[in-house]
Write a protein that binds this ligand. Structure first.
Ligand SMILES: CCCCCCCC/C=C\C=C\CC(=O)SCCNC(=O)CCNC(=O)[C@H](O)C(C)(C)COP(=O)(O)OP(=O)(O)OC[C@H]1O[C@@H](n2cnc3c(N)ncnc32)[C@H](O)[C@@H]1OP(=O)(O)O
Length: 718
C-alpha cells in the first residue's frame, strides 16, 4: 500500500491504493512504517510522500467510517511526520483532499503540479477535518480563507492554493523527478520552523468579526446543515485557544458530528451518487454498452425547458441547433438563453469565455433540414403525446440513422413516443428538471426497445453536461414524478381537509425542503397543473367539472381549479396560493383572499375544517411518496433505493443531510412506516397510493437491512 524506495539521499514513500489512494488502515500503517524507516535509514536525508497513479491521497477511506477505528489514526501518522528528524516533502498531483491535505500540512514542504487541487471536503460528508486541519490551515492562510475553505469543502486549484500559502511551489514536468531535486535542495536548510503548529494565526484579534461573517454566510448558504457551522467553530478555536486546546476542540466537534444522523446520511449520499452510475437494463449495462460520440446536438422547442436544456449543452461546449416553428418563438428562446447565460456569468457560475463560446455554438433555425447530421436531438415541446409523436415522426425521416433521439417528457411512456419512429432502439427519455440549467438530476428513461448503446450515450451526456444521470424504466410518470404525485396530491388534500397552505409549507421547510409544495406550485404555475390535470382527464377519456371528486377512480381535489378560475396562476400573476409583492415577485405572504377561496371551496362541498397536526402533514406527504417508492422498486422501474434517493436530492432538492426518502424510511424503521401507511389506508380511503405496498411489507416483516433491499427487489421481480 505504501512502497518504500531510496533514490540517492531521498526516501520515497509512494502511496499505492487505487483508485484514489484513500488513507485506509493499511496505508496509514505503510506511512507510519515508511517514515520510521526513513528516519532511521542512514542513507536518507529527506523524505517524499507521493501518490501512485492518478492522485495524491484524496482523503480518509470513507468506507471505514462508522466501523471500529484501527490504530494508527491519521493524527498519529501526522505527528510522526511533523516530528521527523528529516524534512518531509509532500509532492502533490490530482486531488489532495481531506486526510490527504492533513498529511500534506503535517509535512514540512508542499509542492504541486498546476493541475492539482487541494481541499477539505469533509463538510460534504457531514464532518470537519479531524486531524488538526482546522488548526493548521488557518495558521497558513488566515482565518477568512480557512473558514470559507473548510465550511464549503471547495477544491482549490493549485495556483490559488499557492496564493493562499498552502503550496510552496508549483512545479512542471515529471513530478517525482522534480520532487527528488526539491527534496535534495531542502536537506541543507533548517526546517523545524516549517512546522505549522508553531506559526501564529494571522489577525487572530479579528476572530470575532471573521467568525460572525462566516456564520451568517454558512447559515444562509447551507441552511439546515450542522457541519458547516461546526467547521467555522473549529477554525475559530485556532485563534482563541492554544494549539493543544484547539486540537481538542476540533476532535470534540469531529466526534459530535460523526455521531450525528446528518453525517451518516451525507456519507450514504456520497456512495449512492456513485452507485447510480453503475446502471443496468435488460441486455446491457455500464460495463458492456459503449456510448456513441456526441459532437453536435439539436433541441426542438425553444420554450423555458428547451432553452434551459440548450444552455446546459452550450455550457459544456456542445454546438446546439435550436429549432422552433416560427421566428417569434425562436427569438424569444434565443433571448432567454442569452439572459440565462448573462445571469450565470454574473453569479460566477459560468466564465465569460464559456458564455462567449456558447454564443458562437448556438444555431437558431426554423428548418428541420439543418439538423439532419446532428449526433443527438432533444425534443422539448409541449407535453402532449400527439405533438410529440408528430415531432418524432419528422425526426425519424430527417435525422441520420445513428442519431440518438431524446425526449424531455416528464410523464409520457417512451414506448408511445418511439412508436412514431422506425428506430425505437434510438429513442430514449432525457427528463430535465426545472430550471434545467440549475437542477442536477437527469432522469434517463429506456423503453422496451431502447438499445443499451442509446442509454450509454445519454448517461455519458449527463456527466458531460455536469448533471447526475439516473436510469429508470419507462412507465407513466417514471420515478420522480410518480413519487411526487402522491406527495403533492396529499398536500392539496390536507388543505382541503383543514390545513392552511402555510402550515403545509412550513412542515416541509422545517424538514429541510427548500420550498413547501404550495410555493413550488406558485413558482411552476397553477395554470400548468390545471393543464396537466386536463391532459390526464383526456387520457382517461373524461373531463373535469366543479363536481369532480374522483379522477380515474382516485380522489381528486378541485382547489387548484378554483385558483385557476380566479386568474391566480402563482408568481407570474402576482398571486396564487400566496400573495406576492408584484407580478413575478418572490416574496410569498399569506393572503386572506386565498383563504376565502379555500373556505368557500370547503363550504360548497360540505367539508368541515379540522385541525391537522404537523406530524400528520409530514407523514401524509412523505410516507405516501415512500410507499410509491417501494412500488417503483417492486416493479423494477429502478434497480436500487439509491436511484430513488439521488433523484429526490437532485430533482427536488430533498435535504442531503437526510439521505433521501428511502434512506430516511430505513432510519425511521420500515415497520413503523408500514404501520402508518396502513393507518392512512384506513383513514384516507379513495387514494390508491395508500394501498400498502407488498415489498415494503415483506422487508418490514423480515427486518431486512437497507443494504439488502436491492437483492429482495430482484427476487420479488422473478
Ligand atoms: C478518538 C477519535 C479521534 C478522532 C480522530 C479522527 C481522525 C480523523 C482524521 C482524518 C479524517 C479525514 C477525513 C477525510 O479525509 S474524509 C474524506 C475526504 N475526501 C473526500 O471526501 C474525497 C471523496 N472523493 C471524491 O471527491 C472523488 O472521488 C475524487 C477524489 C474527486 C475523484 O473523483 P472521480 O475521479 O470522479 O472518481 P469517483 O468519485 O467516481 O471515485 C472513484 C472510486 O473511488 C471511491 N472513493 C473516492 N473517494 C473515496 C474515499 N475517500 N474513500 C473511499 N472510497 C473513495 C468512489 O466511491 C469510487 O468507487 P467506485 O468506483 O466503487 O464507485
Amino acid at each position: 500500500m505504501v512502497d518504500y524506495s531510496v533514490n540517492g539521499s531521498v526516501a520515497v514513500l509512494m502511496v499505492n491504493n487505487p483508485p484514489v489512494n484513500a488513507l485506509g488502515h493499511a496505508v496509514r500503517v505503510g506511512l507510519k512504517t515508511g517514515i520510521e524507516r526513513g528516519a532511521k535509514d542512514s542513507r536518507v536525508r529527506s523524505i517524499i510522500i507521493i501518490g501512485k497513479g492518478q492522485t495524491f491521497p484524496a482523503g480518509a477511506d470513507i468506507r471505514e467510517f462508522g466501523k471500529p477505528s484501527k490504530e494508527p489514526w491519521l493524527t498519529a501518522v501526522g505527528n510522526l511526520i511533523k516530528t521527523c528528524s528529516k524534512p518531509v516533502v509532500a509532492a502533490i498531483h490530482g486531488t489532495c483532499l481531506g486526510g490527504g491535505l492533513e498529511i500534506a500540512l503535517f509535512s514540512h514542504y508542499r509542492i504541486a503540479v498546476s493541475s492539482a487541487r487541494v481541499g477539505f471536503p469533509e463538510v460534504t460528508l457531514g464532518l470537519l477535518p479531524g486531524a488538526g486541519g482546522s488548526q493548521r490551515l488557518s495558521r497558513l492562510t488566515g482565518l477568512p480563507v480557512a473558514m470559507e475553505m473548510i465550511s464549503s469543502g471547495r477544491h482549490v486549484p493549485a495556483r490559488k492554493a499557492k496564493e493562499y500559502g498552502i503550496i510552496d511551489e508549483i512545479v512542471s514536468g515529471d513530478l517525482l523527478k522534480t520532487a527528488l531535486k526539491f527534496a535534495q535542495e531542502v536537506q541543507s536548510r533548517p526546517f523545524k520552523d516549517r512546522c505549522l503548529r508553531y506559526k501564529v494565526v494571522p489577525n487572530a484579534d479579528r476572530v470575532e468579526e471573521y467568525a460572525s461573517a462566516a456564520l451568517t454566510q454558512v447559515k444562509k448558504k447551507y441552511k439546515g446543515f450542522e457541519a458547516p457551522v461546526a467547521c467555522v467553530q473549529a477554525v475559530r478555536s485556532s485563534a482563541e485557544l492554544s494549539y493543544e486546546e484547539g486540537m481538542k476542540r476540533e476532535r470534540d466537534l469531529f466526534l459530535q458530528l460523526g455521531q450525528s444522523g446528518q453525517a451518516k446520511a451525507q456519507q450514504y449520499a456520497f456512495f449512492a451518487e456513485r452507485a447510480v452510475t453503475k446502471w443496468q437494463m435488460p441486455g446491457g449495462s455500464y460495463k458492456t454498452a459503449k456510448p456513441l460520440p456526441v459532437r453536435s446536438t439539436a433541441v426542438i422547442g425553444a420554450g423555458t425547458m428547451g432553452s434551459g436544456i440548450a444552455v446546459c449543452l452550450l455550457s459544456a461546449g456542445l454546438p446546439v441547433y435550436l429549432l422552433e416553428q416560427n421566428e417569434k418563438f425562436l427569438q424569444s428562446g434565443v433571448k432567454l438563453i442569452e439572459s440565462i447565460m448573462a445571469g450565470s456569468v454574473k453569479l460566477g457560475k459560468v466564465s465569460m469565455e464559456t458564455a462567449k463560446r456558447a454564443a458562437t455554438l448556438l444555431k437558431p433555425t426554423l428548418s428541420y433540414d439543418d439538423i439532419k447530421d446532428v449526433d443527438l436531438v432533444i425534443e422539448a415541446v409541449f407535453e402532449n403525446l400527439d405533438i410529440k409523436k408528430e415531432v418524432f415522426s419528422k425526426l425519424d425521416k430527417i435525422c441520420k440513422p445513428s442519431a440518438i433521439l431524446c425526449t424531455n417528457t416528464s410523464t409520457i411512456d417512451i414506448n408511445r413516443i418511439s412508436s412514431a419512429t422506425s428506430r425505437p432502439e434510438k429513442v430514449v427519455g432525457t427528463h430535465f428538471f426545472a430550471p434545467a440549467y440549475h437542477m442536477k438530476l437527469l432522469e434517463n428513461i429506456y423503453g422496451t426497445k431502447t438499445s443499451p448503446e442509446a442509454v450509454a450515450t445519454v448517461m455519458k451526456l449527463g456527466k458531460t453536461i455536469n448533471k447526475v444521470p439516473v436510469l429508470v424504466k419507462s412507465c407513466h410518470g417514471f420515478l420522480a414524478n410518480r413519487m411526487n404525485a402522491p406527495f403533492s396530491s396529499e398536500a392539496i388534500f390536507l388543505v382541503e381537509e383543514g390545513a392552511s397552505p402555510q402550515e403545509v409549507d412550513q412542515v416541509n421547510e422545517d424538514f429541510g425542503m427548500p420550498m413547501g409544495p404550495f410555493k413550488v406550485r406558485d413558482l411552476s404555475g397553477i395554470d400548468i397543473s390545471w393543464r396537466i390535470n386536463r391532459e390526464v382527464a383526456k387520457v382517461l377519456g373524461t373531463s373535469i367539472t366543479k363536481e369532480t371528486r374522483f379522477l380515474g377512480g382516485n380522489r381528486y381535489c378541485g382547489l387548484n381549479d378554483d385558483f385557476y378560475d380566479k386568474g391566480r396562476y402563482g408568481r407570474k400573476t402576482g398571486k396564487g396560493w400566496y400573495l406576492y409583492e408584484k407580478v413575478g415577485g418572490k416574496t410569498a405572504v399569506a393572503d386572506p383572499e386565498a383563504e376565502e377561496i379555500i373556505n368557500s371551496y370547503r363550504q360548497s362541498r360540505g367539508i368541515v375544517k379540522r385541525k391537522i397536526t404537523p406530524q400528520e402533514i409530514f407523514e401524509r406527504q412523505f410516507y405516501s411518496a415512500i410507499n410509491e417508492g417501494f412500488r417503483i422498486l417492486e416493479e423494477g422501474i429502478c434497480n436500487m433505493p439509491e436511484e430513488i434517493d439521488i433523484s429526490w436530492i437532485y430533482g427536488f432538492s430533498y435535504p442531503k443531510y437526510r439521505g433521501g426518502p428511502m434512506f430516511y424510511a430505513s432510519q425511521i424503521g420500515l415497520q413503523r412506516v408500514y404501520d402508518r401507511i396502513c393507518h392512512y389506508h384506513e383513514t384516507c380511503p379513495y387514494s390508491i397510493h395508500w394501498v400498502p405496498n407488498r415489498l415494503l411489507k415483506k422487508l418490514a416483516e423480515n427486518n431486512v437491512p437497507f443494504t439488502q433491499w436491492a437483492n429482495h427487489v430482484s427476487k420479488s421481480k422473478m
